[in-house]
Design a protein around this ligand. Structure first.
Ligand SMILES: Nc1nc2c(c(=O)[nH]1)N[C@H]1C(S)=C(S)[C@@H](COP(=O)(O)O)O[C@H]1N2
Ligand SMILES: [Mo]
Length: 186
């Protein structure tokens, strides 16, 4: 059998639905920053112009939410996670990254899952600046995981020597979150 295009139990959405806790954080561009901290040799802090000046990548991937929709061929533009990791230099003890967002949402990922070459901190979507409701100015995109790992409005990437569970993961959603195995709940 050929591989199906979308994961089991999903259906294609032409629109790009919005899914979050209902709050869009107010971003004052002068005050916005993105910090990379924790178990790294080189902690980093970027304001928006500095972040936009980093090497840019474009990644086209499908996006699947656990509630059942998949949007095909999302075109994301931004900074590869690998680029940030190379600058920050994780300590050998770092195994996980804790992610904090502007409105209080959190998630976390194993470092090995973030080091895939399709993971990025996106500021562009389908050829335009990433809209506020989809996580602008900067969001994480982890195409191989269900959408709740793709944190919107990211402000902090905290490298850790232990793995802590984020907002949905402590509420019963899977920590591994693989759409292809319908790995929805823990
Ligand atoms: N900060 C933040 N990021 C978040 C969420 C959230 O509530 N807050 N929801 C997640 C979920 S469950 C999904 S499916 C995707 C949806 O992204 P979208 O609203 O751009 O479609 O964002 C994820 N990232
Ligand atoms: Mo979701």
């Amino acid at each position: 059998m050929p591989e199906p295009r979308i994961p089991p139990g999903q259906s294609v959405s032409k629109r790009f639905p919005r899914l979050d806790l209902g709050v869009i954080p107010t971003v004052v561009p002068d005050k916005w920053d993105l910090r990379v901290a924790g178990s790294v040799e080189n902690p980093l802090r970027f304001n928006l112009p500095e972040f936009h000046a980093l090497p840019k990548v474009s990644v086209t991937r499908d996006f699947s939410c656990v509630t059942g929709w998949t949007r095909l061929d999302c075109v994301w533009e931004g900074v590869a996670f690998q680029t940030l990791a190379a600058m920050a230099k994780p300590k050998p003890s770092a195994t996980s990254v804790w992610i904090e967002c502007g409105e209080g949402y959190t998630t976390s990922l194993r470092l090995e899952d973030l080091m895939r070459d399709d993971v990025l901190l996106a500021y562009g979507f389908d050829g335009k600046p990433l809209p506020d409701e989809h996580g602008g100015p900067v969001r994480l995109i982890v195409p191989r995981k269900y959408g709740w790992k793709s944190a919107k409005w990211v402000r902090l990437l905290d490298f850790r020597d232990r793995h802590d569970l984020g907002f949905w993961e402590v509420r019963g959603y899977s920590d591994t979150a693989d759409p292809w195995t319908e790995d929805r709940y823990s």
